[in-house]
Design a protein around this ligand. Sequence first.
Ligand SMILES: [Fe+2]
Ligand SMILES: [Fe+2]
Ligand SMILES: [Fe+2]
Length: 440
Amino acid sequence: MLNHPQISLHRLLLSVSRAVDQVHPSVADHQQRVAYMATSIARQLGIKGADLLDVFQAALLHDIGLITPEIRIAAARLRDLESIAWHSEVGYQLLKTSSLFAGAAAILRDHHVPWGHGAGATKNGRAVPLAAHIITLADKIETSIDRDVPILEQVSSINEQVIAGSGEMFHPECVDAFLEVASRESFWLDVVTTHIGSLLTDRIDWPVLTIDEASLGPVAEIFGRLVDLASPWTAVHSAGVTATAAALARLMHFSPREQQLMRAAGYLHDIGKLSVPSAILDKPGKLTREEFLVVKAHTYHTYHILEAIGGLTQVSEWAAFHHERLDGRGYPFHLGDDELTLGSRIMAVADVLTAITEDRPYRKGMDRAEAMSVINKLVDKGGLDGQVVRVLEAHYDEIVDERQLVQAEYGAMQSILTNIVQGPADAHQSVLAGVGNAIT
Ligand SMILES: [Fe+2]
Ligand SMILES: [Fe+2]
Ligand SMILES: [Fe+2]
């Protein structure tokens, strides 16, 4: 009898939040720090239970709409946030696809609305939740911390800035609650601790929030969409890999439960790419050696992001081993024949097939004959699994039709998200130009 482990939603969100911010020391743990401050302020305001949980989730993911490492780093240095206002809407559209995050999505949508002496109580005719104003405040405080100066030396100047912004920028009630909690040195030391993740999980007494394997898929899809948004060339890639891997798993008699896990693994297989700069993902030519080394780390990150959640061993392995090869020449773990399970072999084939049949900046997608010849060569060289590839060959049209159907549906929503991002494309470019090449 297989056991059905429950997956901690908190740990999942914490792990993704950390991954999004792990792109540069200047933004490391940004969202977790904001989550700590926002929940402290919210509790001071008497917010509790499910409402407090919404504040926590919204704060933890408030900047996921900043879709590339470059934009995330640039955003932390911007004074005027108008040019990146679209990221709140992207985050909202992504999260609202799951009922688990409905409350958090509505908060995160308005996390850059100034109070404006009361004008910020509404935006575009809808009420702005108080929780959004809490995050606006916590976000501003976090970005004003100088990471090179001991925190307690900065407290009075930060407090002065907050007081000066009360009314115009910040909701006065939030400011009062903040000043109350910020009177303790421990608050500030908590904010900057390198253990902020375990502090958020262990010390705060959250109700245990778990999801089962059936609800994991839609949550995984949200983060697959996020990964895919980072480059127009991969806009529907994760969905393609997911559909292909799930079809192969079904054809190879995986149980319905394992097919569900395979779908989650498909959406999450490239989650480690959240830290790969889009300049590399979008590069129109061959990657330099250094750039390729950055790319090579992505499956290592995928593994650790998923492993940190706990209870997802199979999903972590199926997702993260897609660049491993049976002859041990893959990366980054160099696993071999005896260590790669059938699920991982399926994912490797699904990823290769999807990647080579998609257009890329430096080449057109291959047709069936070309693709199968490339894949069969990889089998002959001892890289890919021959048994999986025989199933692919026997059901090629069925699998590709299924994939295209899934990708078309997925792609409709991806286009909506891309339009929100691309709307202010010029502004977007000038944001990056203004802060220089942020990745150093
Ligand atoms: Fe933001
Ligand atoms: Fe932020
Ligand atoms: Fe991939």
